[in-house]
Design a protein around this ligand. Structure first.
Ligand SMILES: [Zn+2]
Ligand SMILES: [Zn+2]
Length: 178
């Protein structure tokens, strides 16, 4: 049986379709089994009430506990709320690299025009593929079109594609992490 990547909604609401994201991610990682899991509560300790943002590294810790509980070797959390790490105003996502868990936020990916839902869903897919790439050991790539290029702002996300460049693709591997 192939290795499993779980996708889990964090918190009660989400503005993107997890099922659609699952289908897209499954197409990008054909050698893995990609599963949608039951939504998970947002860990309250991750909230910084002064910044009104969630500390993404604390989310990763909660995801690690959940991954153990649901016996998923790799777990991607998807949140509608804003994420940060100390020293940065925000992050689109964070992952253990290589590791078992990653998180993305849709908060800053929304299109200005609500009719542009394809643009929004496309951005969510790119960020998901990027963080899963980190879980599978990939570092940031200097090629601005590669999905592993670091997104500092939305324009970076929009410029890059949702696939790995020819240098990143072969470097990706399933490392056992416990
Ligand atoms: Zn990254
Ligand atoms: Zn690359």
């Amino acid at each position: 049986m192939s290795e499993t990547i779980g996708i889990v909604q964090l918190g009660p609401t989400l503005d993107c379709s997890v099922e659609e994201l699952r289908d897209k991610v499954a197409r990008k990682f054909p050698s893995y089994q990609v599963r949608r899991l039951e939504p998970m509560d947002t860990p309250p300790l991750a909230l910084d009430s002064f910044r009104k943002q969630y500390h993404s590294t604390r989310i990763l810790v909660a995801l690690e506990e959940n991954a153990q509980a649901v016996r998923t070797k790799r777990l991607l959390g998807v949140a509608a709320f804003d994420l940060f790490v100390p020293g940065m105003n925000f992050v689109f996502g964070e992952a253990r690299c290589p590791g078992r868990v990653a998180v993305i936020s849709t908060y800053r990916l929304r299109a200005e025009d609500p009719d542009e839902s394809d643009l929004f869903e496309g951005r969510v897919c790119k960020e998901a593929v990027h963080e899963i790439g980190h879980m599978l050991g990939l570092k940031h790539c200097s090629n601005p079109l590669c999905v592993m290029h670091f997104s500092e702002r939305l324009a970076d996300t929009d410029r890059k594609e949702d696939s790995f460049c020819s240098e990143c693709e072969p470097k990706m591997k399933w490392l056992e992490v416990e």
